[in-house]
Design a protein around this ligand. Structure first.
Ligand code: HPA
Ligand code: ZN
Length: 339
């Protein structure tokens, strides 16, 4: 049987994980103390996405566990106030990935969650890059950054982020990304088409959250309007056979995060999750953690749980490891060395 130790030993990549979701309790206690703020709830329930104490939903807004969770990420990110803290968060992320046997990661950072840094993106990302450089020198995982928009943002805010990416070419930032709650924001593909087109034209890679809080339409928009090279989640593509064919034909990988989907109530259990159906359709599926510290689990546990639920053996998890590397934005030489 496939256990966590075996999974840890496989050279692999992680392609759908948010830096904001990777603070463990000890990190948060340290940051909260330094910021002089208390925890928003008892430590025992801090990471429980249904019970943590965050500001109430706006009146009339659709109720969403994801929206509440995203506000928790705002609280976490808001604790990081100094370049040293930002660098340390990035370093610890690389260490955390390495402990799971991840050799390369594309990590998503959404500046809207980092409230202390508005207007100082260059400083924030330079601090992350410094932490990641140090991690790499120490032999830890190689990590690149995906700068992410939030679905609720305006076209002007998106243009501002892309202007910065294109003009400043911040080190280690390889991709433009978009995340957030499409159930709360509605269909926003058209709103961001311009930003993603400009990023594509400038040679910046693209990865798009879709088919989680949106249905298949969100994934079509990601491909047609946002020129997505990879879809984060994408699981609801399983509801649309024509879309599945498109993903297979164009070899667009999905960064699936089953445990996150369960935590946020998208599917009641692993048996009803479409991951096996996506694999059977021939889609390039990867298995990732999304927000592992905030949701309280690790990548090797997730792969082992999938192996257990879906009857995978060594051959299947080894193929999953190769798929993760192929789906990543790793530099070609590094990718080749991991395959
Ligand atoms: N969906 C959308 N936005 C997010 C997620 C997610 O699962 N995690 C962090 N930001
Ligand atoms: Zn995500």
């Amino acid at each position: 049987p496939v256990d966590e130790t075996l999974v840890r030993l496989l050279p692999k990549a992680e392609v759908h994980v948010h830096l904001e979701g990777c603070f463990d309790l000890a990190d948060l206690l340290e940051l909260a103390k330094a910021a002089g703020v208390g925890l928003p709830g008892p430590a025992a329930t801090l990471f429980d996405v249904d019970t943590h104490d965050v500001p109430a939903e706006a009146p009339g807004a659709p109720k969403s566990t994801l929206s509440a969770f995203l506000r928790f990420l705002d609280w976490e990110g808001g604790l990081v106030r100094t370049p040293e803290q930002a660098a340390r968060a990035a370093y610890r992320f690389a260490a955390r990935e390495s402990a799971s046997g991840v050799r390369y990661a594309d990590v998503i950072v959404n500046p809207t969650h980092w409230g202390a840094w508005h207007g100082r993106l260059g400083e924030l990302f330079a601090a992350f890059a410094a932490g990641l450089d140090e991690a790499e020198q120490d032999g830890l995982a190689v990590v690149n950054l995906c700068a992410s928009l939030l679905r609720q943002q305006t076209p002007a805010a998106a243009a501002e982020l892309v202007d910065w990416l294109v003009e400043a070419r911040p080190v280690r930032v390889v991709a433009l990304s978009i995340d957030g709650d499409e159930r709360a924001a509605g269909r926003t593909g058209p709103r961001f088409a311009d930003a993603f087109r400009r990023a594509a034209d400038a040679g910046i890679r693209r990865t798009v959250h879709a088919g989680e809080s949106s249905g298949p339409q969100g994934v079509w928009d990601a491909l047609d309007l946002l020129r997505a090279e990879r879809i984060d989640h994408g699981v609801r593509a399983a509801e649309d056979p024509a879309l599945l064919r498109r993903l297979v034909d164009e070899r667009v990988p999905l960064g699936v995060c089953p445990r996150s989907n369960l935590a946020l109530g998208l599917y009641p259990d692993r048996a009803s999750h479409p991951l096996p159906a996506l694999l059977a359709a021939g889609v390039a599926v990867t298995v990732n953690t999304d927000d592992p510290a905030a949701m309280g689990y690790r990548l090797e546990a997730e792969w082992a749980a999938c192996a257990d639920a879906y009857g995978w053996g060594l051959a299947e998890v080894a193929e999953l490891a190769r798929a993760s590397v192929r789906a990543s934005f790793a530099p070609p030489e590094l990718a080749a060395s991991l395959l």
